[in-house]
Design a protein around this ligand. Structure first.
Ligand code: PLP
Length: 219
């Protein structure tokens, strides 16, 4: 696709005649997305999974088709693994307030990195405060990368959860998440991956990565 074709897909860029440089924070929506949302509300909107009338059944089918498309997109084994939340922030809070609050004890540790978005920081501060478990941070070197020694120093046998961003929204660093996931699993921890910045830019295969949870924004 050339630049003109891409711009043609985004009505806001045509309408406002602007170059938009803040996609890392909020993405603009292409015509295909805008039309799909409009079509859903104009043709299918009803209570999914909760009604026996035909419109509700069609809405349910649309939801489930979407779940399957997303499962296929990230190569997850079952479409039931896909859980819709309002955004990535809500997804991290859901994991922290359900799994985190339930499973962690005073002697356990959570490991995140110093480059996390607030949405993957504040929920773990809350879990740490409530359960008494320790929250540890992996620090970066002069190249804005997390060195292998830091991964091995912070993730230990006490670590129960590692929650890490794939790509930093502040630094642009692409973390070596495969190494982190494999090491964390070796130590008996689960890994939550923040894919908010990576999902639009690279192919993600959750089976290959073997992460335990992954969160990303829908647009
Ligand atoms: C790396 C990263 N994680 C999480 C989020 C939060 O995403 P959401 O707005 O979907 O809650 C963002 C938002 O920009 C982000 O850049």
């Amino acid at each position: 696709m050339n630049q003109e074709e891409i711009i043609n897909d985004f009505p806001i860029l045509r309408n406002r005649k602007i170059s938009y440089l803040d996609s890392g924070a909020t993405t603009q929506k292409p015509t295909q997305v805008l039309e799909a949302v409009k079509e859903f509300y104009e043709m299918y909107n009803a209570n999914p999974h909760r009604g026996a009338y035909s419109l509700s059944i069609e809405a349910t089918q649309k939801y489930e088709e979407t779940r399957k498309k997303i499962a296929n997109f990230i190569n997850s084994r079952h479409s039931e693994e896909i859980i819709f939340t309002k955004n990535a922030t809500e997804a991290f809070n859901l994991i922290a307030y359900s799994y985190g609050m339930e499973k962690l004890k005073k002697e356990d540790e959570i490991v995140i990195s110093i480059m996390e978005h607030h949405s993957n920081l504040v929920p773990w501060q809350k879990v740490s405060k409530k359960t008494g478990c320790k929250l540890k941070y992996m620090y970066i070197n002069d190249n804005f990368e997390i060195p292998e020694e830091e991964i091995k120093a912070k993730i230990t046998d006490k670590t129960k959860i590692v929650s890490i961003t794939h790509v930093s929204n502040v630094l642009g660093t692409i973390n070596n998440i495969k190494e982190i996931i494999d090491y964390a699993h070796k130590k008996g921890a689960i890994v939550i991956l923040d894919a908010a910045q990576s999902i639009p830019h690279m192919k993600i295969d959750v089976q290959e990565l073997n992460c335990d949870f992954m969160a990303f924004s829908r647009t």
